[in-house]
Design a protein around this ligand. Structure first.
Ligand SMILES: Nc1ncnc2c1ncn2[C@@H]1O[C@H](COP(=O)(O)OP(=O)(O)OP(=O)(O)O)[C@@H](O)[C@H]1O
Length: 629
């Protein structure tokens, strides 16, 4: 076994990728369902609440019961006072009243805790379910969609939805529901003492709640505005932090601080607007409550002077009256808070649940691999709002053929690879793999049949082991090590402090460009797909490693259909064909030996790279002879 430092516990299959949903068709249906919620935040929230009816029901019941006990304990106080005012001869009734009151207070406190305890399960589960779904949906967006969005902004929105839903659920359960029940119960109890007073209070509370709710609705635009600005700030932060090297290289720290300061200012302004709106509502309610409380107490006292109510009734009415008035305030404030959080949820899901731009065709089938034949038939393609990149592009590759793509910068080489991976849909023409139209095969099966070694190597912020095993999560440890060995990774992995368990840093920044490239090659080796796309796969290697990697790539390419973009022509020496592209068209096509013998871009490039045509030709003859040997 290769001598690399590695934890005994490595098991690729267990560490990665538990499929979130089972089949492609189910995925599509599920995603379509989710997309339907983009404009319906309340329905979206309810979708997750109803998945846990027992837990949510238990929270609801405990809140109802707790508020009921709390209201009843106010009646218990009145009862105690009335018994007390009957004198010392009613000792048994006195202790009975005491026990009733003590029992109600105990039940009140206990029931809140029961609700709180169940909610830690129910509410947290909802935030998990929701983020899992949003992440799953996000994965279905076309590659082009991601190029238009800042990663930080998307991450922030997913977090925002979870925070908003968690806070909204908590506010509903602990701040909106209790005053709602309390107000209803208190009015019913006052009705027992004085129906007229209860009627008056009911009307005043209803009008007050309605006014507050209406006013709160006007604040939604401020809350949404704040949510948008907050997401923008997060996006900026992630963008700058992930490009910190660039910022420093250009001495732009002060510039970035100023820019960030300006964004923060916008966000703070939006936040203040949102909060000020809430404060105005609270002020309005406070003034109204003060007048109403005084009025209610005065009315009760007036009734007492006329002998129409008892002392206990005065206590009951005033305490219930305050419950009602404060209840309407709490209810209104809580509802305003909920509205604010729902506005954040609405803003986030509107972006995240945008319709998928490139969903699989409903009748899409899995790709049936038959060797890896590739056909571009008269393909025309333009990026959104751009001029044509490919124009009636034709390319036909036999299974197992190796083709090098060359051409000036911007000729469309990378676009060809992107189209073959179905990152975009061509405007005209067809692309086929083994005779199957790309638009009719599932994107997941397509990508399983293609291995890519890109120019801009993406590594996840995980260990070297996990990054290599990404090519095939179910591979055994030996297979991972063999791939690492073939891609000439062993030497540098051995030199790492934790061997295969070394973290590669954000996007692989703790590794050199060449090391990153070799890991990407190992990953592709492990994937063992019939079609291989190489985009400048050896660009970051020194000539010693290039030689070694070239051999590894040669082995990797054997028996596969290969399309390689290479600016260094030496890497294409053993290829079957070279395609020369210019302005989105094929302008020359032939074996390397044939192309170097005729005038054209390939020969020009050879001359540029090797000083003159003769030395280039000699170089190639030597290399071909070496290879044959
Ligand atoms: N995501 C994109 N959105 C819009 N335009 C794009 C996008 N990617 C590439 N282009 C444009 O398409 C054209 C072809 O780009 P492409 O990357 O395919 O060229 P290339 O031949 O691979 O170039 P290079 O050798 O410099 O990598 C260029 O004009 C480029 O600006």
């Amino acid at each position: 076994m290769i001598n690399v430092k590695i934890k005994e516990t490595h098991s690729v299959g267990r560490t990665n990728e538990i499929p979130l949903r089972s089949t492609q068709a189910q995925n599509a249906a599920y995603d379509a369902q989710l997309a339907g919620y983009a404009q319906r935040p309340l329905a979206f929230l309810y979708r997750y609440i109803r998945r846990h009816p027992v837990a949510h029901g238990a929270v609801l019941i405990s809140v109802f019961a707790a508020v009921g006990c709390s209201l009843a304990s106010q009646y218990g106080i009145k009862h105690l006072i009335d018994v007390l005012s009957q004198g010392r001869s009613h000792i048994t009734q006195l202790w009975g009243a005491f026990l009733l009151l003590a029992g109600l207070i105990a039940a009140d406190n206990l029931l809140w805790r029961v609700g709180g305890w169940v909610s830690t399960h129910a509410f947290v589960t909802v935030t998990g379910d929701l983020r899992r779904d949003l992440f799953g949906y996000l994965n279905g967006h076309a590659q082009a969609w991601f190029t238009e969005k800042q990663p930080g902004l998307l991450a922030s929105r997913i977090t925002a939805t979870s925070n908003a839903v968690f806070t909204a659920e908590n506010t509903m359960a602990w701040n909106a529901l209790p005053p709602c029940i309390a107000v209803g119960g208190a009015i019913a109890m006052i009705a027992a003492v004085n129906p007229l007073m209860a009627g008056g209070l009911l009307s005043v509370s209803a009008v007050l709640a309605l006014i507050l709710f209406k006013l709160a609705g006007h604040g939604a635009k401020h809350h949404r505005g704040f949510a948008k600005e907050a997401a923008t700030v997060d996006g900026e932060l992630v963008d700058v932090i992930s490009n910190m090297g660039l910022v420093r290289a250009f001495g732009a720290i002060t510039r970035e601080q100023t820019r960030f300061g300006a964004k923060l200012k916008e966000e703070m302004r939006a936040r203040r607007k949102s909060l000020l709106h809430l404060e105005k509502l609270r002020l309005f309610h406070a003034v109204v409550t003060a007048f109403l409380s005084a009025g209610l107490l005065g009315w009760a006292l007036w009734l007492w002077t006329r002998g129409q109510v008892s002392t206990g009734d005065i206590v009951l009415v005033s305490s219930l009256g305050f419950t009602i008035l404060h209840g309407t305030r709490d209810l209104a404030v809580a509802l305003v808070d909920v509205i604010q959080h729902i506005a954040r949820l609405a803003e986030a899901i509107e972006t995240l649940l945008e319709p998928h731009q490139l969903p699989d065709h409903p009748q899409a089938k899995k790709l049936v691999e038959q060797g890896g034949r590739v056909d571009f038939n008269q393909v025309s393609f333009a990026y959104p709002n751009r001029a044509r990149t490919l124009e009636a592009f034709d390319l036909h590759l036999e299974p197992g053929q190796r083709v090098g793509l060359i051409g000036s910068s911007g000729a469309g080489k990378t676009t060809v690879l992107a189209l073959l991976q179905h990152f975009y849909e061509p405007q005209a023409g067809r692309i086929l793999i083994d005779g199957q139209d790309l638009s009719m095969i599932t994107q997941e099966s397509l990508r399983q049949s293609i291995a890519v070694v890109p120019q801009d190597i993406s590594l996840l912020h995980r260990t070297i082991f996990e990054n290599i095993a990404y090519g095939r999560p179910q591979a055994s440890l030996e297979e991972v090590l063999a791939a690492a060995h073939e891609a000439r990774c062993t030497e540098f992995i051995e030199a790492m402090p934790q061997g295969l368990d070394t973290m590669v840093g954000d996007r692989g920044t703790k590794l050199s460009g060449g090391q990153r490239q070799r890991i990407a090659i190992a990953r592709a080796i492990l994937k063992n797909a019939p079609i291989l796309l190489l985009d400048e796969a050896t660009s970051a290697l020194d000539s010693a490693s290039e030689e070694a990697i070239q051999q590894a790539l040669d082995r990797l390419m054997r028996g596969r259909t290969v399309i390689a973009i290479a600016h260094r022509l030496s890497t294409l020496q053993n290829f079957d064909r070279i395609i020369v592209m210019s302005d989105g068209k094929v302008i020359d096509d032939g074996a390397p030996e044939a192309l170097r013998k005729r005038t054209g871009l390939y020969r020009d490039l050879l001359m540029k790279q090797f000083g003159n045509g003769v030395s280039a030709v000699n170089y190639y003859d030597t290399r071909i002879a070496e290879h044959a040997a």
